[in-house]
Design a protein around this ligand. Structure first.
Ligand code: PLP
Length: 402
């Protein structure tokens, strides 16, 4: 096997984020002296003779075995993400939810208990409270940012604390150090879904979090053209999840892994621009008479602004805000925009806009939605890499017309 690009400079210091985004995890030279990472489109791998099979199973050589156990294109994407996150190991999946479900299956077992914060990805909570509950796993849902409630929810059978930061859709910020500290004192593992932050803005492992999870469909892929998920952490923890993935099979395919490597080349540039665009949009909205509230951690008015400043390099590309109007009037704001398109998902180069009440909670009534904290007048704007002046002028015109 060829050597991977070194993540440290001549003085032993870690290289900068964009240098790692371009070169991290990539072998030199690559197959056929290709500059780009080859897409190894194969289902299985051949052995020269039985001796090679013996050497493989006795771990004397490093090589691939079968497609479900990994692929060279996938390894490059994993090593690049591990370099960016400062993690010992990374494992990729076919989607963010494949990463969530496999990681939870790997860590939890019958009669164990898990604490999850509310205002988290709806499908994660659903998997815990509905699916895993059927297998005898107990779940406590506690308010995000209420550390006393998290602590009080811990039981002797608790195995895992799960949270997000920033959260979806309200951009709440969890204090990583406090969250990790609760886990450490109770000998319980901690998992943070850091999809909204990305490793550019926040590196949870540095604060003592055990496992970081990303929907790579969002900022990491960055072009709205692939689905993938990632789990990162210590070699031991990730290896336990990898063993289960070999069985459950929710692997990333070689083309998606290639698209992820390609998307990550511009990661530093994209996220810097998205941070700046979101900040500009949030500041514009904060001063607008037709806006009731803006939820963005980069605003001094955000309740956890100080925590965000302490643990984040930037505040991300999602701005959530409340229009002074009902469900229908809010829809007219969304429909009045001409640059962002209406779609689920976030994090790509194209701006996307949606009303969570309709996009994610359509089947619920206004009252039921309010019980889970989703207001009818809430808009989630995922800022792309367009010019911020254009995005602001477009939104200003939409607000003007309602
Ligand atoms: C999108 C998302 C997921 C799920 O990821 P998929 O790639 O869509 O499966 C999980 N967590 C968060 C915070 C997300 O935004």
């Amino acid at each position: 096997m060829t050597k991977s690009f070194s993540t440290k400079n001549a003085d032993g210091k870690a290289l900068g984020f964009s240098t790692l985004a371009v070169h991290g995890g990539e072998p030199r030279p690559k197959l056929g002296n290709s500059l780009a990472t080859p897409i190894v489109q194969t289902a299985t791998y051949t052995f020269a003779d039985t001796q090679e099979l013996h050497d493989h199973f006795q771990h004397k050589i490093e090589r691939e075995e079968y497609g479900r156990y990994g692929n060279p294109t996938q390894r490059v994407a994993e090593q690049k993400l591990a370099a960016l996150e400062g993690a010992a190991d990374c494992l990729l999946f076919s989607s963010g939810m494949a990463a969530v479900t496999t990681a939870l299956y790997a860590v939890l077992s019958h009669n164990s208990h898990v604490v999850v914060t509310d205002d988290s990805y709806r499908r994660t909570r659903q998997f815990l409270t509905q699916t895993l509950h059927r297998f005898g796993i107990e779940v406590s849902v506690v308010p995000a940012g209420d550390y006393q409630a998290i602590e009080e929810a811990v039981r002797p059978t608790t195995r895992l604390l799960v949270s997000e930061s920033p959260t979806n859709p309200y951009n709440r910020i969890v204090d990583m150090e406090r969250f990790a500290d609760i886990g450490k004192r109770h000998r319980v593992k901690t998992l943070i879904d850091a999809t909204f932050a990305t490793p550019f803005n926040q590196r949870p492992l540095e604060f003592g979090i055990d496992l970081v999870l990303h929907s790579a469909t969002k900022y990491l892929g960055g072009h709205n053209d692939l689905l993938a998920g990632a789990v990162l952490g210590s070699a031991e923890l990730v290896d336990g999840i990898r063993s289960l993935q070999h069985v459950t099979g929710a692997i990333i395919d070689p083309l998606a892994a290639y698209l992820l490597v390609r998307g990550l080349k511009t990661f530093g540039l994209r996220i810097e621009r998205q941070n700046a665009n979101a900040q500009a949009l949030a500041e514009f909205l904060a001063g607008h008479p037709k806006i009731a509230a803006v939820h963005y951690a980069g605003l001094p008015s955000h309740p956890e602004h100080a925590i965000a400043r302490r643990q984040m390099r930037g505040f991300g590309g999602v701005v959530s805000f409340e229009f002074k109007g009902d469900l229908e009037a809010t829809s007219r704001v969304v429909d009045g925009c001409s640059i962002p398109q209406i779609a689920p998902s976030l994090g790509g180069v194209e701006s996307l806009i949606e009303q969570p009440a309709l996009m994610s909670f359509y089947e619920l009534s206004t009252e039921e939605r309010l019980m889970v904290g989703i207001k009818d007048n809430l808009i989630r704007y995922s800022v792309g890499i367009e010019d911020s002046a254009d995005l602001i002028a477009d939104l200003a015109a939409a607000l003007e017309r309602v």
